[in-house]
Design a binder for this molecule. Structure first.
Ligand SMILES: *Cc1c(COP(=O)(O)O)cnc(C)c1O
Length: 388
């Protein structure tokens, strides 16, 4: 199978699995106990924390382990809202956030908070001056994602963070799609809070981290023992944390070569599709996007049918986010780009991984071309467009 859905999840790197294995077997100690078995677990956990911190330019004490990207987003947003509600109840976000951010903001609206959802422009990018204009005296949080999970566009996080810092407003960024794929440095980005998920960077599912800058105070969402500085109690998931740490150190070691390799594959895929298939378009900015993201739309096609056709050719792809393709509503991200509903429905996301081979690209282009031509023959949308 050719797997081109790495933004939904990625395969567990064999080196990551190897690192995790002892902690699923003989090294099963509770990291809070003081005999050697427990101390081994604690040591592995703290090495993992150092590896996560090193990948994003943080210090280890600023890393809190969570159950994944969704929890990290909830912790950052609700944790800020609940802690600082006496200072103000206004939150700024964008219309293209992942549901983990969007639905959390929507929930807070039912709890008396006010949320401003900033638009994006044609290329899928938030405007820094829009952020500045939206700030009010009662704004307590700005949350804008680093790289979008559907169209891969990269937001001007450092500039937004600079404004937030000047105004003393907490700034969170969901960096689940960018960490491990492009350089992420929390100091350069001026962020206070940043979400990470292991399974998007060849680590295990159900584990992630939240970067919490020194001095930033959050209300805990769950209560229990004092683990993770009391912010996130519960016996630590040592094997998965070790996996996250290893995934981060591998991403760090191979960052430059991965970027070069994936960018080359991505660009030959994009050029091949746009040159060989009529009425095919790229969604999102041509260059300011993740090195592994290609997102197309094809006139007169249903994205879901295209995904099924490609599945029959052993190619795993997606119409957009795994979450929004379950209900057949058009993606909120594509609608935010100003696309018509019909056009948004004709989209296909291909997100590459380092295990993709150069020869996968021509095969994928040919398969998509065949599938698009077959589907267009059956499509009333396409016939009517041709007859106009
Ligand atoms: C996948 C994803 C999440 C959710 O992470 P989980 O670890 O699956 O909970 C959050 N934000 C973005 C941008 C994502 O791509």
């Amino acid at each position: 199978m050719i797997y081109m859905d790495n933004s939904a999840t990625s395969h567990l790197d064999p080196e990551v699995l190897r690192e995790m294995e002892p902690f699923l077997k003989e090294e099963f100690g509770n990291a809070s106990t003081f005999y050697s078995l427990g101390r081994n677990a604690r040591k592995a956990l703290e090495i993992a924390r150092e590896n996560v911190a090193a990948l994003i330019g943080a210090s280890p004490q600023e890393i809190i382990f969570t159950s994944g990207g969704t929890e990290s987003d909830n912790m950052a947003i609700k944790g800020t809202a609940y802690k600082w509600k006496s200072k103000g109840k206004h939150i700024i976000t964008s219309v293209i956030e992942h549901p983990a951010v969007r639905e959390t903001c929507k929930y807070l609206e039912t709890q008396g908070f006010e949320v401003t959802y900033l638009p994006v422009y044609e290329e899928g990018i938030v405007s820094v001056s829009d952020v500045e204009a939206a700030i009010r005296d009662d704004t307590i949080l700005i949350t804008i994602m680093h790289a979008n999970n559907e169209i891969g566009t990269i937001q001007p996080i450092a500039e937004i963070g600079k404004i937030a810092r000047e105004k003393g407003i907490y700034f969170h960024s969901d960096a689940v799609q960018s960490v491990g794929k492009i350089p992420v440095d929390v100091i350069e980005l001026n962020v206070d809070l940043l979400s990470i998920s292991a399974h998007k960077l060849n680590g295990p599912k159900g584990i992630g981290a939240l970067y919490v800058r020194k001095g930033i105070i959050l209300e805990p969402l769950i209560h229990g023992g004092g683990h993770e500085r009391g912010i996130r109690p519960g016996t630590e998931n040592v094997p998965s944390i070790v996996g996250l740490g290893k995934a981060c150190s591998l991403a760090s070691t191979h960052m430059d070569e991965n970027i070069a390799y994936l960018t080359q594959l991505r660009d030959s895929l994009i050029n091949g599709i746009l040159e060989n298939i009529e009425e095919s378009y790229l969604n999102g900015d041509r260059n300011n996007r993740l090195p592994n993201n290609a997102h197309f739309r094809f006139t007169g096609i249903e994205g879901e049918s295209l995904v099924l056709h490609l599945d029959s050719k052993n190619i795993a792809a997606s119409t957009g986010s795994a979450c929004s393709s379950k209900n057949l509503e058009p993606s909120h991200v594509l609608m935010a780009l100003g696309l018509e509903e019909v056009a948004a429905h004709g989209s296909l996301r291909l997100t590459l991984g380092k295990e993709n081979k150069p020869e996968d690209i021509p095969y994928t282009i040919t398969s998509i071309k065949e599938a698009v031509e077959t589907l267009r023959k059956l499509s009333p949308l396409w016939c009517s467009a041709e007859n106009l």
